[in-house]
Design a protein. Structure first.
Length: 276
């Protein structure tokens, strides 16, 4: 391992990431928070190729299994191989090797996790930063992420998450099934929409649903938000605001959200149905 170089002075996580991009840095950067947590970000020519940030993260096996994208026996075989051989590699690589899932699905999961971790990192109060030139990550992305792209997506997630918290009260909010679900059963849902919808029971919180579906908290909130917009689930009442505090209007997202997609798919489904 190369010797580290301490970077003096306080700076934000965003500034530290942009500085490494401008330097076309290759190696590892360590960032220490005021609470003592340490995040590691690896760069290759100024692009992010791996990162580790403390916090609860979704599990790939649970994610694929809950969405019906992998057979239980294939996942069980991969987990057993991993437990028996320390050099077997990540579960995702094992599943791809035997043809159980597509490489694109695993890479998509890894990229989502990377953006989530950088999103968390942007909220840190840093007290120290150090760089280790030439240090190689244990496992890197096949295609490194440009810092500008990662930061843009991470910042958008933070803004959207704030709006969602205002709508249904944060990670402990408990959505419940809607009585309108049956009449609108012709909606076409994706595998992750179904994974979340089938577990909404009026008892599990958003945080618990995320854990049981193998999704990030942000992804789960996004799915629940879309399902609520089309009447499939009912959201808990939003948290009360202190007296005299003005309501903040959430920024409208420019990208197509889950509700818009569901409505479009539903319309296509009805249009393609033969006349009876």
């Amino acid at each position: 391992m190369s010797s580290g170089t301490f970077i003096p002075g306080q700076q934000t996580a965003e500034a530290a990431l942009r500085a490494r991009a401008e330097e076309s840095f290759t190696g590892r950067m360590e960032m220490t928070s005021a609470t003592g947590d340490v995040a590691l970000v690896w760069f290759g020519n100024g692009s992010i190729c791996a990162t580790t940030v403390p916090g609860s993260r979704p599990r790939l096996g649970v994610r694929l299994l809950s969405a019906g994208l992998v057979r239980p026996e294939d996942l069980d075989r991969a987990l057993r191989e991993q437990s028996q051989d320390a050099d077997a590699g990540p579960v995702g690589d094992l599943l791809v090797r035997v043809g159980a899932v597509e490489r694109e699905e695993v890479e998509h999961f890894v990229r989502i996790q990377l953006v989530d971790m950088i999103s968390d990192l942007l909220g840190w109060d840093l007290i120290g930063t150090a760089v280790f030139a030439g240090d190689i990550p244990p496992k890197a992305l096949d295609e490194p992420f440009g810092v500008d792209v990662v930061l843009r997506e991470a910042m958008e997630r933070r803004e959207v998450w704030e709006a969602m918290v205002q709508r249904f009260g944060g990670p402990q909010g408990v959505p419940r099934p809607s009585m309108l679900a049956a009449p609108r059963a012709n909606l076409l849902l994706g595998p992750y929409d179904w994974a979340v919808l089938t577990k909404v029971d009026g008892l599990r919180s958003l945080e618990t649903l995320a854990d049981h579906c193998g999704l990030s908290l942000y992804e789960t909130a996004h799915v629940i938000n879309g399902l609520a917009d089309v009447g499939l689930v009912v959201l808990p009442p939003p948290p009360s605001r202190p007296a005299g505090k003005a309501k903040r209007e959430p920024r409208r997202r420019s990208s197509v959200d889950a509700a818009s997609l569901l409505r479009e798919l539903s319309a296509l489904n009805r249009a393609e149905r033969p006349e009876g």
